[in-house]
Design a protein around this ligand. Structure first.
Ligand code: 4NP
Length: 161
């Protein structure tokens, strides 16, 4: 079977999207389905290119058992061709991605992470940027990402496998 290729996208690719990548990879590994998935992340802003995730995100994620080792990179034109699903963390990311998409088919790959938030839906329909927040901002981002990744994963399994 062809791999399902998922790209998580935020602004800097050092907080939300590398954490989403880590959460999704764990879900896939826990079900022994790594061979069926390719999971990566990228940013719409290139200023942190090459960096590990923000130390605060690494610390909070590691407390939940996620070891985040992704190196930040900006999204490129090839990503819109290569990946099947491109997941935006907030509306600003989505707008940038829609601008960068080169065809209606590429546009149709873009989805909102917020559409998969269920448990915390009453409070959030996107993943807020924790970069200028304190510890609670990072914990909230991880709560939302665990909620959304679980539902995104279930939906992919139900539709595609
Ligand atoms: P992220 O957070 O988009 O979740 O990676 C940010 C990281 C860096 C910046 C903004 C948001 N920045 O402005 O440098």
């Amino acid at each position: 079977m062809e791999k399902i290729k998922i790209l998580f996208v935020c602004l800097g690719n050092i907080c939300r999207s590398p954490a989403a990548e880590g959460v999704m990879k764990r879900l896939v590994e826990d079900r022994n389905l790594s061979h069926l998935f390719e999971i990566d992340s990228a940013g719409t802003y290139s200023g942190h290119h090459g960096q590990l995730p923000d130390p605060r995100m690494r610390r909070h994620a590691s407390r939940r058992g996620y070891d985040l080792t992704h190196r930040a990179r900006p999204i490129g034109a090839d990503d819109f061709e290569y990946f099947d699903i491109i997941v935006a963390m907030d509306e600003s990311n989505r707008r940038t991605l829609m601008r960068l998409a080169a065809s209606p088919e590429q546009e149709s790959k873009i989805v909102m992470m917020g559409d998969y938030i269920v448990k915390l839906r009453a409070h959030y329909d996107y993943v807020p940027d924790p970069y200028y927040e304190g510890a609670e901002g990072f914990e909230l981002a991880l709560d939302l990402l665990e909620d959304a990744c679980g539902n995104l994963f279930d939906e992919i399994l139900n539709n595609k496998l």
